[in-house]
Design a protein around this ligand. Structure first.
Ligand code: GLA
Length: 688
């Protein structure tokens, strides 16, 4: 028995393995391929160890890594899963689904694998539902989602995005001739350390140019793990993962179920360059609630200008300057709520500070909206300072590992969202803050990892990171349902919580706290390899670079922010009249290209470390076949810089806007550097 799930360009074909072992991947690609067949004659291993199973339990597979570990509670660990001869598939012309059941031979557990594709994009989604069908309680020390058995071995090249606070999304490639590579987070959230997405290719095929590339991602915002297992000599490389199996143990009482996070996969025959396109397209057509301007306005954010010192009068003056520049929403960052003068106190007390705002936020909101801008606020609803009214009233609401002393990070604790009363309080608090319907933008922050998870005495307490992520998603979905006019910018000390689940519940993400322009460009370069421009919030600030300190112009700063959803975070009151008027012109330029930037096809030329780097956005027929190139240069760039746009139609003539230059698709264009010596914006429009 075999099933074919169609995507826009590829086919994912699975069939039933011999001995009712479960599903195997036969073929994944654009052309037809040979079905998998057992090599036979394996010695020293059981059949399940050498069968490329989509989902396998320890106990079914004996030696190699498994996706599921079941603890029956009576010293019996493992499960012998057997295909139960059901399989429900559907194809409505766009969406293809397959659900396949497996049973543990003891009758204690039912496993249902779900696979889903659509012809409108190229991403294959898989997840698993685990149901306790026996009389006793089961615990699951590992409950990953379904795995990916990639036909690229032996060994693999794995492209990762890694980093730390203020240095997120740095590309790093791992050559894995043999062994297991483990990436993940134990922080209760996605983390700055690794992004839950990898590109995997054959070792002998740089960037997958000849044999194609596979992208695998996890849609999960709690602790997670992805393992890439290149067994010696094996022609399949297994990528598996899900909820972190070091910090989390799931409990399933009789009749209870757990649905794993989705793991997502995409195949690009062109190699890794084609993965970005396919991920971006999926994020636009499936994850984004819209890609229009309503949820990606030009922001002014107060953080870099005023820090915690937010008072109505200076904020009003900043708002006036921002509106003259062409800003569309004015966001008051941290510091607006009761007692908040530093990061040491007041988190949790979400009412306007009576000292700073004696008559509330009303007059400032009036000032902002009166200038034709929307108004927004910063919140960090998952955390609390010990020095706060909330903590004094509810010291038991934070995560606590028994009697172990509590650990503060940035002087704060984390609220236990696994408790319904706490989650309900956060929900009601958000409803109260947003009761003034003029507040239509929230920057949602989370400024520490979660430690000390657990709830002693509660058998479900060991799955705190799952509960926390589920609680966070529920809150974000509540905002969408009850406050659809509110745009949500997701942030966790910069890019600490960016994943495909967050992108399904927020509108834009704050990519990093590092707004130094050259540093930021490097961060954005990595980000765009997996995540799209329409979610990439980027502000022009006055901040210096921390890593790559080569000086830049004001224009360079703007062109960096134009690469995604542009905002302003600079202290505009310190800008002179010339800077402000230049800023207004550059925002005007951004307005002309922003739809193209948000929904165009992204091609990165070179890397930000080189003398010249560019990001191209190709519109295709839907956007009038326009293309734009954002160009960044260093002092050692050549006098004459030529770039070959890759999204133009071959042979078609395009005019370089503002000049008489005509460029033919397939040929190069000289960058005039009319904007400044270190940055330019080239707009190419078809002639005739
Ligand atoms: C985090 C965010 C910043 C800012 C501060 C406020 O660091 O990433 O953008 O909002 O918190 O405290």
């Amino acid at each position: 028995m075999s099933w074919t799930l169609a995507t826009a360009e590829s086919r994912y074909v699975v069939s039933l393995a011999p001995e009712r072992l479960g599903l195997v991947l036969d073929h994944w690609g654009t052309a037809d391929g040979e079905p998998w067949s057992p090599a036979g004659g394996e010695h020293f291993e059981v059949r399940a160890d050498v069968t490329p199973l989509e989902y396998v339990a320890l106990g079914t597979r004996q030696v190699r890594s498994a996706d599921l570990v079941v603890d029956h509670g009576n010293s019996l660990v493992g499960a012998r899963l057997v295909w139960d001869e059901t399989g429900e598939s559907s194809d409505d012309g766009d969406r293809c689904t397959l659900a396949v059941g497996e049973l543990d031979s003891t009758g204690a557990l039912r496993v249902t694998l779900h696979l889903e594709t659509a012809r409108s994009h190229d991403v294959v989604s898989k997840w698993v539902e685990l149901t306790n069908t026996g009389p006793g309680t089961l615990t699951l020390p590992r409950a990953f989602g379904p795995a990916w058995e990639l036909p690229i071995g032996p060994g693999a090249r794995v492209d990762t995005l890694s980093g730390r606070w203020s240095r997120e999304f740095t590309p790093a490639t791992v050559d894995l001739p043999v062994g297991e590579l483990s990436l993940g987070s134990r922080q209760g959230l996605t983390s700055h350390t690794y992004a839950p997405v990898v590109a995997v290719t054959r070792r002998d095929d740089v960037d997958g140019a000849e044999h194609g590339a596979f992208g695998i991602a996890l849609a999960w915002s709690g602790s997670w793990r992805l393992g890439i297992d290149a067994a010696p000599g094996a022609d399949r490389v297994r990528v598996a993962g899900g909820v972190d199996d070091e910090s989390c143990v799931l409990t399933l009482g009789p009749g209870e179920s757990f649905t794993s996070p989705k793991t997502l996969g995409v195949y690009a025959p062109q190699g890794t360059a084609g993965l970005a396109d396919r991920w971006h397209h999926y994020q636009r057509v499936v994850l984004a609630r819209s890609t229009g301007l309503e949820h990606r306005p030009i922001v002014y954010n107060s953080w870099y200008a005023t820090g915690f010192d937010v008072r109505p009068e200076p904020q009003g003056r900043l708002a006036a300057a921002a509106s003259e520049l062409g800003v569309e929403v004015f966001v008051v960052d941290d510091g607006w709520f009761t007692g908040r003068t530093s990061d040491r106190s007041a988190l949790g007390d979400w009412t306007p500070d009576p000292v700073k705002f004696p008559v509330g936020l009303g007059p400032l909101i009036e000032e902002v909206t009166g200038r034709g801008m929307r108004f927004g606020l910063w919140v960090e609803p998952e955390c609390v300072n010990p020095d706060s009214h909330l903590y004094r009233a509810h010291p038991d609401w934070v995560y606590r590992a028994g009697d172990r002393p509590l650990v503060t990070i940035r002087h704060q604790y984390v609220l236990d969202l696994g408790r319904e009363e706490v989650l309900g309080w956060v929900e009601d608090t958000l409803r109260r803050v947003l009761a003034d319907r003029r507040i239509s933008y929230l920057k949602w922050d989370m400024n520490r990892p979660i430690s000390d998870g657990g709830r002693p005495g509660d058998p479900y307490g060991r799955q705190w990171s799952v509960q926390h992520a589920q609680g966070y998603h529920r809150l974000m979905r509540m905002l969408r349902a009850e406050f659809p006019q509110v745009t949500v910018e997701a942030c966790a000390s910069g890019g600490g919580r960016v994943d495909l689940a967050v992108l399904g519940v927020s509108d834009v993400v704050w990519t990093s706290d590092d707004t130094g322009p050259r540093d930021r460009l490097a961060i954005q370069h990595g980000f765009l390899s997996a995540y799209p421009a329409h979610v990439m919030s980027s502000w022009v600030t006055d901040e210096p670079d921390r890593v790559d300190r080569e000086p830049v112009s004001l224009e360079f700063r703007f062109v960096v922010a134009m690469a995604g959803v542009l905002g302003i975070g600079a202290d505009l009151l310190a800008w002179d009249a010339a800077e402000r008027s230049r800023g207004a012109e550059l925002i005007g330029l951004y307005r002309e290209i922003r739809t193209l930037v948000h929904v165009g096809r992204v091609v990165r030329h070179g890397s930000p470390a080189e003398p010249v780097y560019a990001v191209e956005y190709g519109g295709g027929p839907d956007l009038g076949d326009r293309t734009c190139l954002l160009v960044y240069a260093r002092a050692d760039r050549p006098d004459h810089v030529w770039l070959t746009p890759r999204t133009l139609q071959a042979g078609r003539a395009y005019r370089l806007r503002g000049t008489a230059t005509v460029v033919i698709g397939g040929a190069g264009v000289e960058v005039p550097f009319t904007l400044s010596g270190d940055a330019d914006v080239l707009v190419l429009e078809p002639v005739g």
